[in-house]
Design a protein around this ligand. Structure first.
Ligand code: COS
Length: 377
């Protein structure tokens, strides 16, 4: 790690200690998202880590973003995910937006004054994303959007929504990407999900009822929306892997701490070989996940084709987070299953990491397709 990265991690750790940790359990229980915490991250420059400096970001690498998310996720997966998705929205704007769109929307997102959401999934189009049904009908001066999007992170708090909608025929080539802003007529929010984990991050349905979106809010051109979404997910999946590593590291640390303190049969339970072997396996899996995650980030930063490694990192690190958080509960025994200790929250937070940004079964489809392409040349 270089000096800048060490400083970055110290700053985040202190922010988490002061601002997030004191109410993390309460906010999880009550489902409270605090915009002021996100703005605080923005004041530290963390909301646009990979966005170019000319648009208000830090212009750093994905490796730096992963390190930051990993540190943040040790205290709160909810805020880490908000940051990761809003950064993905910025990457879409920076890569596919025109100069006017970048100037108009990026600075507020990069500075943390606004949050961005990514709207691909629908009730009948989750894994099969290219079957989405939300329509965008061309009219004079713009498009009329009708339909709904499901499981949208931070909906209700976000201002900018990247929305994939159908402008053409069936399949991936009929999909376009739009910038939709909260407050546009015909844009509203549906039910807020009552989730198992990530409870401090709000997840809602968003609705479009004859929602007029001006032509200038179309990204690039009609028909490229699916590619916009997939290439954004190639980046997003690496950041989800980093979040999973942070969560795993924290759960392991809590398990080690507890096992050194807890006495049974006149010794710390850490001293039982059975538990030592559990923790040795947990740390080995964590280190393997981190290596894959940071290799995927490094490749991305170097412009090396990355689809397979991004999916591998996402799958490995999130499966590892589920495994480590489950064993962390096990090491705590009965109290691990109560809200007296944080490991039950970690276990709940881990589960959805295996589902978001493509289930781990979808990652296997992506990996297998890439293997086939490599074989066929
Ligand atoms: N980058 C750029 N383009 C991509 C791409 C990528 N990573 N992956 C696919 N594409 C392109 C393909 O090249 C293809 O274009 P052409 O027809 O011009 O060749 C087009 O997109 C369609 O690709 P494909 O045929 O692979 O699409 P499928 O409908 O088979 O879907 C999966 C592929 C399953 C991988 C995709 O639907 C997916 O990722 N689903 C999960 C969705 C998801 O992650 N949702 C979470 C939302 S955020 S919580």
């Amino acid at each position: 790690m270089n000096e800048m990265q060490t400083e970055l991690l110290k700053t985040i750790a202190k922010f988490c200690q002061d601002q997030i940790e004191p109410t993390a359990e309460h906010d999880d229980r009550e489902g409270i998202f605090k915009p002021e915490i996100y703005q605080g991250l923005g004041e530290l420059g963390l909301c646009g880590i990979t966005t170019s400096e000319q648009y208000g970001g830090l212009g750093l690498k994905y490796e730096d973003l992963c390190l930051a998310l990993e540190e943040l996720a040790k205290s709160s997966v909810a805020y880490a995910v908000t940051l990761s998705v809003s950064t993905m929205v910025q990457s879409i704007l920076e890569n596919f937006g025109n100069e006017e769109q970048k100037k108009k929307y990026l600075p507020a997102l990069a500075e943390g004054r606004e949050i961005g959401s990514f709207c691909l999934s629908e009730s009948h189009a989750g894994s099969d994303a290219s079957s989405l049904k939300t329509t965008a009908k061309k009219v004079e001066g713009g498009y009329i959007l009708n339909g709904s999007k499901m499981w949208i992170s931070t909906a209700g708090f976000s201002k900018t929504y990247i929305v994939m909608a159908r402008t053409g025929g069936p399949g991936s080539k009929g999909i376009s990407a739009f910038i939709v802003r909260d407050g546009m007529e015909g844009f509203s929010f549906g039910k807020k999900e009552d989730k198992m984990g990530w409870r401090a991050s709000h997840t809602r349905e968003v609705l479009f009822e004859n929602c007029f979106v001006p032509e200038e809010n179309l990204l690039e051109s009609e028909g490229v929306g699916f590619k916009v979404a997939m290439s954004a997910l190639d980046r997003g999946r690496i950041t989800i892997a980093a979040i999973a590593c942070g969560l795993s590291a924290r759960a392991l640390a809590e398990a080690v701490k507890y096992s050194l303190e807890r006495q049974q049969f006149n010794q710390a339970i850490f001293d039982f070989q059975g538990l030592q072997w559990m923790m040795a396996d947990m740390d080995t899996e964590l280190q393997a996940s981190r290596l894959l995650t940071y290799k995927a980030a490094e490749n991305f930063d170097q412009g090396i084709k990355n689809v397979k490694l991004a999916s591998m990192a996402k799958m490995k690190a999130t499966d590892t987070a589920m495994y480590i958080t489950t064993d962390a509960v096990q090491i705590h025994g009965g109290v691990g299953y109560t809200k007296e200790y944080p490991v039950e929250r970690y276990m709940r937070d881990a589960k959805v990491l295996q589902i978001v940004e493509g289930t781990n079964q979808v990652q296997k489809i992506v990996i297998a397709r890439e293997i086939k392409k490599e074989y066929l040349g």
